[in-house]
Ligand binder design. Structure first.
Ligand code: PLP
Length: 474
């Protein structure tokens, strides 16, 4: 055995090793990171940790052996159903938005097979939908009909209605979309779906634990939940604006019968009668216990206060960023996530410039007429840093504008992109030339400029190969 030490390490030695291992990680607790991490403060983190470790070892594989986990799951799902106005709704706790979406699509596939005998169904989505829907279709053998968004970045409900066929298992709307943060016309989409007897899923992974509290605080929120006739399922993530630790989401169905298509059972072996409500089989109790505890610790009033602070910050950021010469906010973001672009400076260079000042903002590729942009997910830890963020953003934009000749940033990667697109260099060569190194992520502009130039299929191939090479098991 070469890689596993003969003698075990002490807890102190392991803590010291972690210090070293995590030295290149984003410092999410600084409030300077606008993606990936949702934090409501230290007290919430401490409650989550205690609850997580209290149920670290229990296994939800067999709910009859650990009724504590069923009870907590049902109580967490009940909170989600109440927030979504799902009188009679049922659902499950899952590991995240992607698992909730996988289940919604698998359920829709099995529903259309059972009710209409359609063996190869499709789902109708907008281009702005989260990639988890494409992943679900890829895993479960469905086709995706994806339609361009309107000029305001919302789903084009008329085009989507016209795309519904007898093979359509599911129509999808987002509340809000991740990339531009806008809520799709859910009422119109649901009405078009139900008119054709088709299921309708609302991806409220971002908005599900956010928008209801804005509404309770008196803000006007577009209709998106089970109050909209025709909405048959909703995904909402506890590990986003529920501020629970990662590995926590809920999938809900308006009609309890529909959820029957989600379950899996197998007894054709000489083993235990395996039955799973969700994708995972063995599942630790930590994430459900932590979610149960965080929901109770924060409570409705503090959620209202946290979400209204975040919303106010997003509104201010939209106004202030639009006022910076050279930057444009994309659309009118409805919740906690937003994007901005530029026609005069390279947004990828701006991402790196901000990174050198210790801010993490997320680069987004352009697609289908939607320009490349920078994404911000705003959470309570970011709110106190708003003024400093805007001041650094303004300074970085000014620096880049001063360095920019003839309106656009000079581009050393253009030749590489052209050579790759023409098939003159291979994927591994392209990766080597781009020089991607996870510990040098602050220099991402060159890579993003290349990727942004290439057709999606080539970018996907490069990214898959890059990940293939990153996880080498050594
Ligand atoms: C709108 C939306 N749906 C689904 C997901 C997928 O969630 P997860 O990353 O928890 O799997 C995300 C993640 O950002 C999202 O923003």
């Amino acid at each position: 055995m070469k890689t596993l030490a003969a003698e075990g390490l002490s807890a102190e030695a392991i803590d010291a090793a972690f210090e070293d291992i995590r030295q290149h990680d984003l410092d999410w607790s600084s409030g300077r990171c606008f993606a990936y991490v949702f934090s409501a403060g230290k007290d919430v983190g401490a409650v989550a940790q205690r609850a997580y470790t209290a149920f670290l070892t229990e296994n939800a594989l067999d709910p009859t052996s650990f009724p504590s986990l069923v009870r907590m799951e049902n109580e967490v799902v009940a909170v989600a159903a109440e927030l979504m106005h799902g009188d009679g709704a049922v659902g499950n706790f899952t590991s995240g938005g992607t698992e909730s979406i996988l289940l919604a699509v698998k359920t829709a596939r099995d529903h259309i097979r059972a009710t209409k005998g359609v063996e190869r169904p499709n789902i109708v989505v907008a281009d702005s939908v989260h990639p988890a829907f494409h992943k679900a279709a890829h895993y479960f053998g469905l086709d995706v009909v994806s339609l361009p968004v309107r000029k305001d970045f919302r789903a084009d409900h008329e085009a989507m209605a016209a795309a519904i066929t007898d093979e359509t298992a599911l129509v999808v709307g987002s509340a809000p979309s991740y990339a531009q943060g806008v809520i799709d016309p859910i009422r119109e989409l649901a009405s078009a779906a139900s008119a054709r007897g088709v299921l309708m899923h609302v991806d409220a992974c971002v908005g599900g634990f956010f928008l209801p509290f804005l509404e309770q605080a008196g803000e006007s929120v577009p209709d998106f939940d089970f109050r909209v006739p025709g909405v048959t399922s909703i995904s909402l993530d506890l590990h986003k604006h529920g501020y629970c630790p990662k590995g926590a989401s809920v999938i809900l169905y308006a009609d309890a019968d529909l959820r029957r298509h989600q379950l899996f059972s197998h007894t054709k072996w000489a083993g235990y009668g395996l039955t799973n409500a969700t994708v995972q089989s063995s599942r630790g109790g930590g994430s459900v216990a932590a979610a149960w505890a965080v929901l109770r610790h924060i409570g409705a009033e503090r959620y209202k206060s946290l979400q209204t602070q975040v919303r106010a910050c997003v509104k201010d950021l939209c106004k202030s960023i639009a006022a910076i010469d050279g930057l444009d906010v994309l659309g009118e973001p409805d919740a906690s996530v937003m994007a901005f672009g530029s026609t005069s400076i390279d947004v990828y260079a701006l991402v790196d410039a901000m990174r050198s000042r210790d801010w993490y903002i997320q680069p987004q590729f352009g697609h289908g007429g939607v320009p490349k942009s920078i994404h911000l997910t705003v959470t309570p830890v970011n709110v106190p840093h708003q003024a400093e963020f805007l001041s650094d953003l303004t300074a970085c934009v000014a620096e880049l504008r001063a360095n920019t000749t003839s309106g656009t940033q000079s581009d050393p990667m253009a030749t590489l992109a052209a050579a790759f697109a023409a098939g003159q260099i291979s994927i591994p060569d392209a990766i080597a030339a781009i020089g991607t190194d996870p510990t040098r992520a602050q220099e991402s502009a060159a890579m993003n400029r290349v990727l942004d130039r290439l057709p999606s299929e080539q970018v996907e191939a490069i990214l898959r190969e890059y990940f293939h090479q990153m996880y080498v098991g050594r």
